[in-house]
Design a protein around this ligand. Structure first.
Ligand SMILES: [Zn+2]
Ligand SMILES: [Zn+2]
Length: 104
């Protein structure tokens, strides 16, 4: 069983330097920057556990659409190459998400 630890707290993005506030809508926890969509490799198998020692920055490399119409980002760690899917949040820069998905 995979536990899910909900974290919803603000942080300063290490990629674009903007201050990111906790999610207000469209998601339950924040795992990437809504401005540049970059994430950080802090979790192990359990989302939100913050137990990973890698701490590499994770580049958003693509976005896919699920059958439900929900967008999912693929993040790839610049340091160790690990890839992970992340649901987008309601306040993510949607044009950037669409750009990653290859659609218009
Ligand atoms: Zn950012
Ligand atoms: Zn990593």
């Amino acid at each position: 069983m995979t536990k899910f630890i909900a974290r919803n707290e603000g942080f300063i993005c290490e990629h674009c330097g903007k201050t990111v506030e906790a999610i207000k809508y469209g998601g339950s926890y924040r795992n990437h920057c809504p401005f540049c969509l970059w994430s950080k490799h802090v979790d192990t198998d359990i989302p939100g556990d913050r137990a990973n020692k890698c701490l590499g920055l994770m580049r958003p490399i693509s976005a896919i659409t699920r059958r439900t119409g929900e967008y999912v980002l693929t993040h790839k760690c610049e340091k160790c190459g690990f890839e992970r899917y992340n649901r987008i949040a309601g306040d993510d820069d949607f044009e950037m998400v669409v750009g990653l998905s290859g659609g218009a």
